[in-house]
Design a binder for this molecule. Sequence first.
Ligand SMILES: [Fe+2]
Ligand SMILES: [Fe+2]
Length: 286
Amino acid sequence: MEVVPIAFDSLGARSMCTFVKTSDLNILIDPSVALGPRRYGLPPHEIEIKRMTELMVDIRKHIEVSDLVVITHYHYDHHNPDDARLLAEKKVLLKHPKDKINRSQAERAAFFLERLREVEADVEFADGRSYDFDGVHVSVSSPVYHGANPRLGFVLEVFIEDGDTFLFSSDVEGPIHREQLNFMLESDAETVFVDGPMTYMLGYRFSAKSFESSIQNLIELIDKTNVKRIVVDHHLTRDLDYRKKIDSVIRRGEEAGTEVLSAAEFLGKEDLLLEARRKELYSKKT
Ligand SMILES: [Fe+2]
Ligand SMILES: [Fe+2]
């Protein structure tokens, strides 16, 4: 199995889009990308817009070569209604549009599903379900909180197995809660991509308590599973000091032989934390 981060916050824009090439099937998870509308009181910089456009082009290329597309929830950094036509006649596993969802995501889900129907995509609601596609096992979690509570709705986690194993957490912002961690423990994947704690909002929209339990849960993931590498990204890599914030997790990983890294580092690249550097981008003369 080859797991390739396509668009992530550490690659320059908000996303967790991941391509998984298995023995028999190409899978794309959460094919979209977005920019933080305001950061440090500033709108996206033109460098961010340019980068997002590049990532979008790459996402579209990967939609075309995918047999299966998974959409874990209906935020615009995870699904793009404008690209529904690219999903024509493809198999699409989706978060249920009405159960365990908040109002804003339910409205977006209805709109997106309408677009998918127009292009005759082969749509299935995947909450809590498992699938076998010619030797490739795909298992989807029951809905778990998007972050600390259900205000932002629910997301699905995705486990893929073809001999090798991969887990995708979607927007758990931690994981903060036992319910979010449980599916990760049960899956016991060698490679895990997780949405890390939202430390750039620490003390505002992310409590010290949520942060503390995220750290404990990431350590528990290292201790209780055979995970070899954990990509921690998305909400976490909006913080320039993210490494310091998860220092105890990185150290536990070193003791256990588990790499803890960003999506960019996973690809052997340097972090491109454009949103976190937005103030600096504006202060530079280009
Ligand atoms: Fe989200
Ligand atoms: Fe997200």
